[in-house]
Design a binder for this molecule. Structure first.
Ligand SMILES: [Zn+2]
Length: 249
């Protein structure tokens, strides 16, 4: 099974990454999209992927990391893209919740990610928080239609717009504890959904407040199977097929 969004380059995994990866493999997680969130972690994700080939690197600058000067750092991301093979652009997007940097700077940086995605024909790993409409607006203006809205938390109407545009929706631990998200999930076409952990963040029910890790994706899968009243194995196959299509695997 594929974890389509994870940050194994996070310092929280520094001490016991080997054990984390062993637990993942033991539980059938055999591919992980390992997303950088700034230049340093993007480079680290690329290096990690050379050593451990089932950890698929994505490079980008998370909107929480954005400040005006970080737009300059995008040239370092572009340098990585020129030299290395990556599976996606991200984590990128807009975050108006934390609002750590001016919205126009975030938007400019997001557009730069979209332009890189276009040059290299790569999917985007999109983060949104209190910003879905602006994110949709920018993607429409840029006319880009490939990627995933990770850890989806918007409304059903917004989800349908996003699906119509050609994007996938990613669901993670929140599905296990949010009734609102379950209600939306239930109404979506299953062939446009992928699963993720966003580890080390957003651990599923039963592990809340702890560090999240890739094998906990099984709990999200089981929740999804419960909601849809189907066998987890069957669902896993569908989600993996979707992920393979999304990332051209
Ligand atoms: Zn993330």
């Amino acid at each position: 099974m594929i974890d389509t969004h994870c940050h194994l380059i996070d310092p929280q995994f520094r001490k016991d990454l080997d054990e984390v990866l062993k637990r993942a493999l033991k539980n059938g997680i055999n591919k992980i999209v390992n997303a950088g969130y700034d230049v340093k972690t993007s480079q680290a994700a690329v290096e990690m992927g050379k050593e451990i080939t089932w950890l698929l690197p994505a490079v980008g600058i998370h909107p929480n990391e954005t400040a005006e000067q970080l737009i300059k750092e995008m040239s370092d991301i572009e340098k990585i893209l020129k030299q290395e093979k990556v599976i996606a652009i991200g984590e990128t997007g807009l975050d108006y919740y934390r609002d750590r940097s001016p919205r126009d700077a975030q938007q400019e940086l997001f557009r730069k990610h979209i332009q890189s995605a276009r040059i290299y024909s790569l999917p985007l790993l999109i983060h949104t928080r209190n910003s879905i409409d602006d994110t949709i607006g920018i993607l429409k203006e840029e006319d880009y239609h490939c990627g995933v809205f990770h850890c989806y938390s918007g409304t059903l109407d917004q989800a349908n717009i996003i699906l119509d545009m050609g994007f996938y929706l990613g669901f993670g631990g929140i599905l296990t504890f949010s009734k609102r998200i379950r209600d939306i999930f239930e109404r979506l076409p299953i062939n446009r959904i992928v699963l993720e952990t966003d580890a080390p963040f957003l651990a599923p029910a039963g592990h809340r407040g702890e560090r999240n890790e890739p094998y906990y994706i099984i709990e999200t899968l089981n929740t999804a199977a419960n909601i849809l009243n189907v066998q987890p194995d069957h669902l896993e196959e569908i989600f993996d097929r979707n992920a393979k299509a999304l990332f051209s695997l």
